[in-house]
Design a protein around this ligand. Sequence first.
Ligand code: XMP
Length: 324
Amino acid sequence: LWTAAHIIEDQIARVREQVGKDHVLLGLSGGVDSSVVAALLHRAIGDQLTCVFVDTGLLRWQEGDQVMATMAEHMGVKVIRVNAAERYFKALEGVADPEAKRKIIGRLFVEIFDEESAKVTAVGNGQVKWLAQGTIYPDVIESAGSKTGKAHVIKSHHNVGGLPDHMKLKLVEPLRELFKDEVRRIGVELGLPRDMVYRHPFPGPGLGVRILGEVKPEYAELLARADAIFIEELRKADLYDQVSQAFAVFLPVKSVGVVGDARAYEWVIALRAVETIDFMTAHWAELPYSFLGNVSNRIINEIRGVSRVVYDISGKPPATIEWE
Ligand code: XMP
């Protein structure tokens, strides 16, 4: 009988045997898979695990602090937080093409991860020999199939597929045989908060692909705040778990609004919420009008610089879930 507890025990034994006394490095993204791997490895090998969490400045509102609070403070996992927002914004300056942005974001992640792992080695953890990854069974199938298209690009960022050769790390992938729902159950069993384990997916490039065109720090802040209001209201209305993914998008378009007696030209926020089984096709979620109206009011009233909120009613196909 394979309960979550059994899978955990089994994987702990396997990991211990695999890595022995070696040190293991893990790129923590804040997502479900890498968080579950961190919790699992922490239980298996304790301080032989070092996680690197890169705060790109393109994460959800206060996500960096939340990851540290949960993983480092609550779970006791050794996490190095790298505050790299400035570096990301600098690298993205003037870049509007979505695939170019994805490449820059992915490349910077690898660079930073490489730098941090060199430091881990330098401070006397011995040679880091293992790289842990949150690869799950669907990823294995995916990369065995088509290598073209977004599906492959998707995980290549998060799963650090493109690490430099000189790192020569062997892989530990304790979730490789598991489906997402099993990963979630293990996460809960390991003591991760339910909210984190059942969170909607978040793309590797983060807000970088939800700010259309050029990414600027002020856009990122505004978007993260609008997104947080949307998510908070979804949770309050018990709608969060009924949609597969929901988020806000920043449109670099100025639309007229009246502020006091004057006309002001301010930004537009789009809200997207979808229902889907496999993320290959999706239906826009038929959220109640009153709910949408409430979210719109809050965003416009609470966030200076936004005067208009729209709701995306496009199905996939042809519209992808993300706007870029
Ligand atoms: P699309 O926009 O292709 O999204 O309909 C399908 C699912 O994939 C996520 N997505 C990404 N995830 N890196 C990721 O890690 C990416 O570049 C990326 N693009 C899309 C998207 O959030 C949705 O869940």
